[in-house]
Design a protein around this ligand. Structure first.
Ligand code: ZN
Length: 137
Protein backbone atom coordinates (compact mmCIF):
# COMPACT_ATOMS: atom_id res chain seq x y z
CA UNK A 1 0.00 0.00 0.00
CA UNK A 2 1.12 3.53 -0.76
CA UNK A 3 -0.17 6.89 0.40
CA UNK A 4 -0.08 10.14 -1.52
CA UNK A 5 -1.76 13.48 -1.07
CA UNK A 6 -2.17 16.51 -3.26
CA UNK A 7 -4.48 19.47 -3.66
CA UNK A 8 -5.85 21.65 -6.40
CA UNK A 9 -7.49 25.06 -6.61
CA UNK A 10 -10.96 25.95 -7.84
CA UNK A 11 -12.18 29.41 -8.79
CA UNK A 12 -15.93 29.95 -8.58
CA UNK A 13 -17.86 32.53 -10.57
CA UNK A 14 -21.25 32.74 -8.84
CA UNK A 15 -22.70 32.87 -5.30
CA UNK A 16 -23.94 29.29 -5.75
CA UNK A 17 -22.13 27.07 -8.22
CA UNK A 18 -21.86 23.34 -8.74
CA UNK A 19 -18.56 22.36 -10.33
CA UNK A 20 -17.98 18.82 -11.65
CA UNK A 21 -14.49 17.78 -10.51
CA UNK A 22 -14.71 14.11 -11.57
CA UNK A 23 -12.28 14.42 -14.49
CA UNK A 24 -9.79 16.44 -12.45
CA UNK A 25 -9.73 13.75 -9.74
CA UNK A 26 -9.38 10.97 -12.32
CA UNK A 27 -6.38 12.80 -13.81
CA UNK A 28 -4.74 12.99 -10.37
CA UNK A 29 -5.40 9.30 -9.70
CA UNK A 30 -3.87 8.36 -13.06
CA UNK A 31 -0.82 10.61 -12.46
CA UNK A 32 -0.15 8.76 -9.18
CA UNK A 33 -0.28 5.42 -10.96
CA UNK A 34 -3.02 4.30 -8.58
CA UNK A 35 -4.62 1.14 -9.93
CA UNK A 36 -6.81 0.15 -6.97
CA UNK A 37 -7.45 1.88 -3.64
CA UNK A 38 -9.51 4.64 -2.11
CA UNK A 39 -9.42 8.41 -2.41
CA UNK A 40 -10.70 10.98 0.05
CA UNK A 41 -11.72 14.29 -1.52
CA UNK A 42 -11.90 17.08 1.06
CA UNK A 43 -12.83 20.75 0.83
CA UNK A 44 -10.94 22.94 3.28
CA UNK A 45 -13.73 25.53 3.51
CA UNK A 46 -16.81 25.82 5.72
CA UNK A 47 -18.94 27.47 3.04
CA UNK A 48 -18.55 24.79 0.38
CA UNK A 49 -19.24 21.08 -0.01
CA UNK A 50 -18.10 17.92 -1.77
CA UNK A 51 -20.92 15.63 -2.90
CA UNK A 52 -21.62 12.75 -5.28
CA UNK A 53 -24.70 12.86 -7.48
CA UNK A 54 -25.97 13.00 -11.05
CA UNK A 55 -24.74 15.73 -13.39
CA UNK A 56 -28.12 16.59 -14.89
CA UNK A 57 -28.78 20.30 -15.44
CA UNK A 58 -32.34 20.28 -14.08
CA UNK A 59 -31.37 18.29 -11.01
CA UNK A 60 -28.52 20.68 -10.19
CA UNK A 61 -30.98 23.60 -10.39
CA UNK A 62 -33.33 21.61 -8.15
CA UNK A 63 -30.56 21.30 -5.53
CA UNK A 64 -30.01 25.07 -5.54
CA UNK A 65 -33.78 25.63 -5.30
CA UNK A 66 -34.17 23.15 -2.44
CA UNK A 67 -31.25 24.48 -0.40
CA UNK A 68 -32.40 28.08 -0.80
CA UNK A 69 -35.89 27.08 0.37
CA UNK A 70 -34.58 25.16 3.37
CA UNK A 71 -32.24 27.97 4.41
CA UNK A 72 -33.78 31.33 3.63
CA UNK A 73 -31.64 34.41 3.11
CA UNK A 74 -34.47 36.43 4.64
CA UNK A 75 -33.76 35.44 8.24
CA UNK A 76 -31.37 37.32 10.45
CA UNK A 77 -28.80 34.72 11.55
CA UNK A 78 -26.41 35.15 14.47
CA UNK A 79 -23.35 34.49 12.30
CA UNK A 80 -24.32 37.32 9.94
CA UNK A 81 -23.13 39.73 12.65
CA UNK A 82 -19.62 38.27 12.11
CA UNK A 83 -19.22 38.07 8.34
CA UNK A 84 -22.68 37.99 6.75
CA UNK A 85 -22.54 34.51 5.24
CA UNK A 86 -24.52 32.38 7.70
CA UNK A 87 -26.78 30.87 5.03
CA UNK A 88 -23.72 29.55 3.16
CA UNK A 89 -22.39 27.90 6.34
CA UNK A 90 -25.81 26.42 7.13
CA UNK A 91 -26.10 24.88 3.65
CA UNK A 92 -22.61 23.44 4.12
CA UNK A 93 -23.73 21.86 7.43
CA UNK A 94 -26.46 19.99 5.54
CA UNK A 95 -24.07 18.69 2.89
CA UNK A 96 -20.61 17.18 3.34
CA UNK A 97 -17.05 18.48 3.40
CA UNK A 98 -15.64 15.24 1.96
CA UNK A 99 -16.33 12.03 0.09
CA UNK A 100 -14.35 8.79 0.14
CA UNK A 101 -14.62 6.78 -3.08
CA UNK A 102 -13.11 3.49 -4.26
CA UNK A 103 -10.57 3.47 -7.08
CA UNK A 104 -10.72 0.69 -9.68
CA UNK A 105 -8.82 0.37 -12.98
CA UNK A 106 -6.99 3.67 -12.25
CA UNK A 107 -10.13 5.77 -11.92
CA UNK A 108 -12.99 6.56 -9.57
CA UNK A 109 -15.28 3.53 -9.31
CA UNK A 110 -18.47 5.57 -9.62
CA UNK A 111 -21.91 4.42 -10.69
CA UNK A 112 -23.03 5.19 -14.24
CA UNK A 113 -24.93 8.33 -13.21
CA UNK A 114 -22.57 9.57 -10.52
CA UNK A 115 -20.19 12.52 -10.63
CA UNK A 116 -18.17 14.25 -7.93
CA UNK A 117 -19.03 17.89 -7.34
CA UNK A 118 -17.45 20.81 -5.55
CA UNK A 119 -20.32 23.03 -4.44
CA UNK A 120 -19.60 26.72 -3.93
CA UNK A 121 -22.01 28.20 -1.38
CA UNK A 122 -20.44 31.63 -0.85
CA UNK A 123 -18.93 32.65 -4.16
CA UNK A 124 -17.49 33.97 -6.25
CA UNK A 125 -14.15 33.00 -4.71
CA UNK A 126 -10.62 32.53 -5.95
CA UNK A 127 -8.42 29.66 -4.86
CA UNK A 128 -10.81 27.30 -3.15
CA UNK A 129 -8.64 24.42 -1.98
CA UNK A 130 -9.62 20.78 -2.50
CA UNK A 131 -7.31 18.13 -1.09
CA UNK A 132 -6.99 14.52 -2.17
CA UNK A 133 -5.59 11.76 0.04
CA UNK A 134 -5.10 8.47 -1.81
CA UNK A 135 -4.31 5.01 -0.41
CA UNK A 136 -3.54 2.68 -3.29
CA UNK A 137 -1.55 -0.11 -4.81
ZN1 ZN B 1 -18.68 32.98 7.99
Amino acid sequence: MKFKSTSFKINSNKPFEIIDITNKINQEIASFGANEGIVNIFSKHSTSAIVVNENETGLLKDLEFTLSNLISDEYSYQHDKIDNNASAHLKSFLLSSSETIPIKDSKLDLGTWQSVFFIELDGPRNSRNVSLAIIFE
